[in-house]
Write a protein that binds this ligand. Sequence first.
Ligand code: PMP
Length: 411
Amino acid sequence: MINVENIRQQFPILFQEVNDEPLVYLDNAATTQKPQAVLDKLAYYYEHDNANVHRGVHTLAERATKEYEAAREKVRRLIGANETAEILFTRGTTTSLNWVAKSYGDLAVGAGDEIVISYMEHHSNIIPWQQLAQRKGAVLKYIDITADGYLDLENAKKQITDKTKIVSIAHVSNVLGVINPISELTVLAHQHGAIMVVDGAQAVPHMPVNVQELDADFYAFSGHKMCGPTGIGVLYGKRALLEKMEPVEFGGEMIDFVNLQDSTWKELPWKFEAGTPNIAGAIALGAAVDYLTDIGLENIHQHEADLVAYVLPKLQAIEGLTVYGPQKIEDHTGVIAFNLEGLHPHDVATALDMEGVAVRAGHHCAQPLLKYIDVPATARASFYLYNTKADADRLIEAILATKEFFQHGPI
Ligand code: PMP
């Protein structure tokens, strides 16, 4: 059990009014708020340790380097990677997936080869593969979704064949809120000699993830969705693959020797991190990892499951409201996309904002999914560790008030 009232005290941004109502922040799938410990770490770094890393022998440079590499070790431990050489700092999930598609893709994919993703992917896990397929004359295939909102494993077995070189799937959907069976997909991919890439943007912040247990070959996630700053993210990759791959960017920090016509690269993980990295971001991400692991990812997962068990039946009971994704409480994470009959989700989100309730509306960077389920857009409430049942009540009240307003006008 987590003490949510204590947790809330750590997030100064939550204590404000929006449109004269206390803020209820339910847009955590887009980005999460930052606890004081993370804000303090950022300020402390700039006030005391700011220097470039891996260069310079002076004391500040040594301190900055030590903290930067300590953050890498914290991330390694969080996701159960074998060694820090397998943890690359990137700008976020999008950059991580682009690196895999560019570097591993260029190495391993040829004309006629197949790349398999699913209809529920975020644009970040679609477009890099489209680009790769176009560069190489490869084929991009999509795994179906069942009518009740799950990835269709039977269809996955058909789509993944001996021609498949890469399978890339979201661990948790940012629209359907469903957890995908990554271990089963990894086994399938490996049986056919393909590698398994996981978009973990909506998983790592919310539940225990162990990349070795999943046997994923690459695993991508973003700092800003897990209480860390924007502009920092992670790409985990198995050493054997990273060793074979070329860096995506070239320049300072990643080189060993530079000659006039050619150069050699540093060892892992630095060969991928060209230029001055987001040092403060990485260090503050380390603080976010400390924060989340002190509370416990299992506890956070349970807290969100309790919130879903509380709010999902209330949403399902509202006449004219459709919840997308699994309807079973135990299969739905804290990402809840919905629509109110006859109302555009943008109007719903605007009306909820008038009540101080922040939700997202739109296509959630998943246009192929929305086309597949045949809805132009949805509203989306997404919960995190600092949300309460009172927040869920405010959401429900605001939805009911919105419905009333659009049906009968102001009371
Ligand atoms: N994948 C998923 C499933 C996401 O939810 C997001 C963020 N909405 C991304 C990828 C992209 O993350 P970022 O914008 O931090 O690169």
